[in-house]
Ligand binder design. Structure first.
Ligand code: NAI
Length: 340
């Protein structure tokens, strides 16, 4: 059976997901869309052969929709996810699950009350071949215990709407989830250093680069450079230093070019290019999960844990102090799939 998917928010990410659901994921297609921009919605709906439903709540409640994808602006996520849970609908929500931890907890509570998982959060890095391979090696244990992680998250450039808090909330949030999953433990302490020396390529509202430090429950220390005007491309690195060795991501371009006395690999231009296979895999898992009535991808609890961690990082940045990360006890609904 082909699942009927409704997408709320047809901006850059929404359209990217529509394309993958319709063209690269098996077993589903987008049959309805919604957006506050009616004109764009009608035009795009006609283009892809999907019904435009102006009210997102009507799309969620429709009997002709099996799963809902939320790719609208961050502050709208919580309301739509809660609506989907109320209507017993499977829902894929782009990160962040909500703009704050209390909002994420509302979703966790609603799901726990239903007694089943309906929510998958868009933390696609867990589906990246490089991260998956690192996790497999760490799980084998031959490298010994992880001790330190050195990570970078670099974008070529950002526009003037991107400000200092977004380096945590929109950028570092991906490492926050991926590294917690990789190490299979929660973070307990956060710190952010805003280097005095900044790039001249930044603007008044953005401190760039930023240096973030996290510590896990067992004491693994992580440093993360977030540098969003690095100029040369989208560059994601993660190196795990263990007792008996080191393991890290390589640039996942699958070819190199030799020309004019140079031998080089391409650096991806953005996240859509770098993580294209991971996005496809996360959606295939979601679609397969709906069919089997068992969702196993990143959960509402993972969304909550990412939120408490980014909140602590933001506080650490604003106060200039190390901040303790506090969180609620995990409900049993999520225990089985923890860190799968
Ligand atoms: P965008 O601004 O290009 O698109 C958002 C769309 O949502 C717009 O068409 C807007 O009209 C619509 N919208 C806003 N409020 C709405 C509402 N109340 N109801 C219905 N539609 C509404 O933004 P973009 O870049 O597509 O981001 C969308 C989401 O995806 C964001 O939450 C963002 O954090 C997330 N994202 C995730 C990434 C990832 O790597 N997982 C990468 C980029 C974005």
């Amino acid at each position: 059976m082909e699942l009927r998917i409704g997408v709320i928010g047809i901006g850059a990410m929404g359209r990217d997901h529509v394309d993958r659901i319709n063209n690269r994921v098996n077993g589903a297609s987008v049959t309805a869309i919604s957006d506050i921009n009616r004109e764009e919605g009608l035009k795009y709906g006609a283009e892809i052969g999907a019904e435009f439903i102006s009210n997102a709540e009507d799309l969620i409640a429709s009997d002709e929709i099996d799963g809902v994808v939320i790719t609208s602006w961050d502050p709208t996520h919580e309301e739509y996810v809660l609506e989907a849970i109320k209507n017993n609908k499977y829902v894929f929500c782009e990160k962040p699950l909500s703009v704050d931890s209390a909002g994420c907890m509302n979703i966790v509570n609603a799901e726990v009350e239903k007694g089943e998982r309906l929510v998958q959060v868009g933390f696609m890095r867990r589906f990246d071949r490089g991260y998956e391979d690192i996790k497999k090696e760490l799980d084998k244990g031959q490298l010994g215990e992880p001790l330190l992680l050195h990570c970078t998250h670099r974008n070529a450039e950002v526009d003037s709407k991107y400000d200092t808090p977004m380096a945590v909330e929109n950028t570092a949030v991906h490492e926050v989830d991926a590294l917690r999953w990789l190490l299979q433990e929660d973070f307990v302490q956060a710190e952010v250093i805003l280097p005095k020396k900044q790039t001249t390529n930044t603007h008044a509202n953005l401190h760039d680069p930023q240096f973030m430090l996290l510590q896990t429950e067992s004491g693994v220390c992580i440093d993360l450079e977030v540098f969003v005007n690095c100029k040369f491309g989208y560059d994601i690195n993660c190196k795990v230093v263990c007792e008996n060795g080191e393991i890290g991501l390589t640039n996942p371009t699958y070819y190199s070019i030799k020309t004019e006395n140079k031998d080089y690999k391409r650096v991806p231009s953005d996240w859509k290019e770098r993580f294209i296979e991971a996005y496809d895999k996360e959606f295939q898992l979601w679609v397969d999960g709906i069919k089997q009535e068992s969702i196993t991808g990143p959960s509402a609890w993972d969304g909550y844990m990412a939120s408490v961690t980014t909140t602590a990082l933001s506080l650490a940045r604003d106060t200039g102090e190390k901040t303790t990360i506090n969180f609620e006890e995990m409900p049993s609904l999520y225990k089985q799939e923890q860190f799968v």
